[in-house]
Design a protein around this ligand. Structure first.
Ligand code: C5P
Length: 223
């Protein structure tokens, strides 16, 4: 099946681009960050220590996680995420959950245990997969690979606007510090660090609108 991988650092706009391209192509959508975030919530709820790798592996392997959209596909719809049968969509998106996910995502046994769950998204007629290691580890044979970047300042700005659109507040310097810390952790970890696949098209989105980025991604698929 055709797979388009979209990797890149936090706040770069991967999720938005992935959703819109999936809708245009009528392909499935994998938000792999949501899996790591849900896993982090499950670990937190069970009070398991990060050092207890055996317990972490067990939770990862038995994670009761469901993504639901009205049509059953990804597309441009809002996806609700259910963990242990409970809708966790809102708490999943918080900065705190992202932080917990980033810490726990550096653990090798966790990544290995969550791998198959991600590969299973590869279904007909196609898939757009968004994350950090989609092109390098999860779908290394994907025919279409994109790596999105943008300056840390621009990404912090985008995050701030996102927070404001949700009716929340944020302080730009604090956001910038967190964005940088998360990138550093994600790119310096031993297992599947954040980096472009060798055959990925790298798009610096700092000066680009969402529509311009989408046009480049769609052009890659249609070329
Ligand atoms: O993309 P998102 O911000 O939802 O991801 C949350 C965290 O999950 C990231 O900071 C990263 O540490 C981890 N993650 C990962 N591999 C992926 C997707 C997300 O390690 N493929």
């Amino acid at each position: 099946m055709p797979v388009l991988t979209i990797d890149g650092p936090s706040g770069v706009g991967k999720g938005t681009v992935a959703r819109i391209v999936a809708q245009k192509q009528n392909w499935y959508l994998l938000d792999s960050g949501a899996i790591y975030r849900a896993f982090a919530l499950a670990v937190d709820a069970r009070g398991v220590e990060i050092a207890d790798e055996e317990a972490l592996e067990k939770i990862a392997k038995t994670l009761d996680l469901e993504f639901k959209t009205k049509s059953g596909k990804g597309g441009n719809e809002l996806v609700n995420v259910y963990l242990d049968g409970k809708d966790v969509s809102k708490i999943l998106r918080t900065e705190k959950t992202g932080e917990m996910a980033s810490k726990i995502a550096s653990i090798g046994v966790v990544r290995a245990a969550l791998l198959k769950r991600q590969k299973d998204f590869d279904k007909s007629p196609g898939l757009v997969a968004d994350g950090r290691d989609m092109g390098t580890t999860v779908f290394p044979d994907a025919p279409f690979k994109v790596y999105l970047t943008a300056s840390a300042d621009e990404r912090a700005n985008r995050r701030l606007k996102q927070l404001q659109a949700q009716g929340s507040k944020g302080i730009i310097l604090q956001i910038l510090t967190k964005v940088k810390a998360r990138d550093k952790r994600d790119s310096s970890r031993k297992h599947s660090p954040l980096k472009p696949a060798k055959d990925a098209l790298i798009i610096d989105t700092t000066e680009l609108s969402i529509d311009e980025v989408i046009a480049q991604v769609v052009a890659l698929i249609e070329a």
